[in-house]
Write a protein that binds this ligand. Structure first.
Ligand SMILES: *[C@@H]1O[C@H](CO)[C@@H](O)[C@H](O)[C@H]1NC(C)=O
Length: 446
């Protein structure tokens, strides 16, 4: 006798794996129309009593494409089910917008076992959730980690070439907390661009890291001579950060793009010629720390003007780290290196000029004869020398002035052409989740 149809359905779902029909428990984001999402406020909020709130949770919404805009939005500490559970509720008065709550994110461990080593696959929520609706909650979403998003979406994105992906990145990835002989400062005005470790950046879903590497001859031990800087300022030693990347690659099937973007100190003679031994020393360290994962350009690169290897070909070979190098004379002697990655840099401290520049630069990318299959939009403003001397603003305030617009731009003006989007204080934008959604969208078009 035939089994009842529902038993067959349940059996099929079990055999195929629960991921095909996510249970309510696994749903981290839901909406019938429009979106809500959580971000983290990058500047501190100064209180009248002299105190301050760090890392305030922000609620964001975009209901532009919906016939109705929900009446209210709330912050919750678990999946929103009823308004009674909201920590705080705000009326919604525009089709898109944001609210900076007075509730700090706080310091919590990375969820689902990812604090220091591999945890559960798939997106996993930190504590804050946003929910929006009228009487009922119609849309919700959490602040999440995306440690395995490439693997989770493999069937949808693996046929894409690397230049066809949308890749979330961090600008000055290593500038996240001083680790020098004299400083372990975590917040400052003009040096630190991030506030999550390299490991945490990767666990959150960042897949492109922009490194500024410097060399200081005065350290006796060769490993200790290589640092990550922000321009002339030393922030952290390099080798431990490479070990964090290695640990991540060892426990996942993700592809990571590492970019030696600038060598501010110690890599060049005064006449501008590269100091061979210093470059060679760096390449040796990268090889030692990341060797088994390196996808050599001489094996995987495609012709100039094309978009590079597919994700699938990198996965088939299990070579998942691409190292691009800003000096083509060194690249030509070390053919495993990927060539200079074009950086779309507006070099302005003015947000309007930044977006004007990026709109045009992204629309004209990639260059028809580009050697690199990748290009990176530097989606942050750059303070001038006077900003720094006069302590005008801070990198956190600058990031706050552009990150919401970066989120909005990515799904509109940049949707078709964007490749790498690298930002400061990435928790203040929604680039990671949007990159995943847009990569999936592009994969579906193949
Ligand atoms: C950023 O977005 C806001 C809200 O849409 C808009 O009012 C503002 O002009 C945008 N800023 C820039 C520099 O584009």
């Amino acid at each position: 006798m035939a089994a009842p149809w529902y038993a067959v359905v349940i059996l099929a779902a079990t055999v195929l794996g629960a991921s095909i029909t996510p249970t309510e428990k696994q749903t981290v984001e839901k909406s019938t129309c429009g979106r809500v999402w959580i971000t983290v406020h990058s500047p501190e909020i100064k209180l009248t009593n002299g105190g301050q709130i760090l890392d305030a949770v922000e609620l964001n919404w975009d209901f532009n494409e919906c016939s109705n805009t929900p009446r209210q939005i709330g912050l919750f500490n678990k999946r929103p089910a009823t308004w009674g559970n909201a920590l705080v509720i705000y009326p919604i008065q525009s089709t898109e917008g944001h609210i900076v709550t007075r509730i700090p994110l706080g310091v919590g461990a990375l969820p689902a076992g990812w604090e220091t080593s591999a945890g559960a696959r798939g997106p996993n929520c930190l504590w804050p959730w946003a929910g929006a609706g009228d009487a009922d909650i119609q849309a919700y979403n959490c602040l999440k980690i995306q440690p395995t998003w490439m693997e989770d979406n493999a069937a949808k994105i693996n046929s894409l070439r690397i230049g066809e992906l949308v890749i979330p990145g961090t600008h000055n990835a290593g500038a996240w907390r001083f680790d020098t002989e004299i400083s372990t400062v975590t917040r400052d005005s003009f040096v630190l661009c991030q506030d999550r470790s390299i490991w945490a950046q990767l666990v959150h879903g960042i897949r492109y890291l922009d490194f500024r590497i410097a060399y200081y001859e005065f350290y006796p031990n060769k490993d200790e001579r290589y640092w990550l800087n922000h321009n002339l300022i030393r922030v952290r030693p390099l080798v431990p950060l490479l070990k964090e990347i290695r640990a991540f690659l060892d426990v996942t099937k993700e592809v990571v793009f590492l970019d030696a973007h600038h060598f501010p100190v110690g890599f060049y003679e005064p006449d501008g010629s590269p100091i061979r031994s210093v470059h060679a020393g760096l390449l040796e360290i990268v090889h030692r720390e990341l060797g088994p994962h390196l996808a050599h350009a001489d094996r995987f690169a495609t012709a100039p003007g094309t978009r590079g290897p597919t994700l699938q070909s990198l996965l088939d070979a299990d070579k998942r780290l691409l190292f691009s190098y800003v000096d083509n004379s060194v690249v030509s002697e070390n053919t495993w290196l990927w060539p200079i990655l074009p950086h779309l840099w507006a070099n302005t401290n003015n947000p309007s000029e930044l977006f004007q520049y990026l709109d045009e630069a992204i629309s004209m990318s990639p260059h028809p004869n580009a050697r690199s299959p990748l290009h990176s939009a530097m989606a942050q403003t750059t303070p001038t020398v006077f900003d720094i001397l006069l302590l005008r603003g801070s990198l956190r305030m600058n990031a706050d002035a552009v990150n919401r617009n970066v989120t909005a731009r990515l799904v509109t003006h940049w949707r078709q052409q964007a490749n790498i989007i690298s930002t400061d204080f990435f928790l203040a934008n929604d680039v990671i989740d949007l990159s995943i959604a847009l990569s999936t969208e592009r994969g579906a078009r193949l």
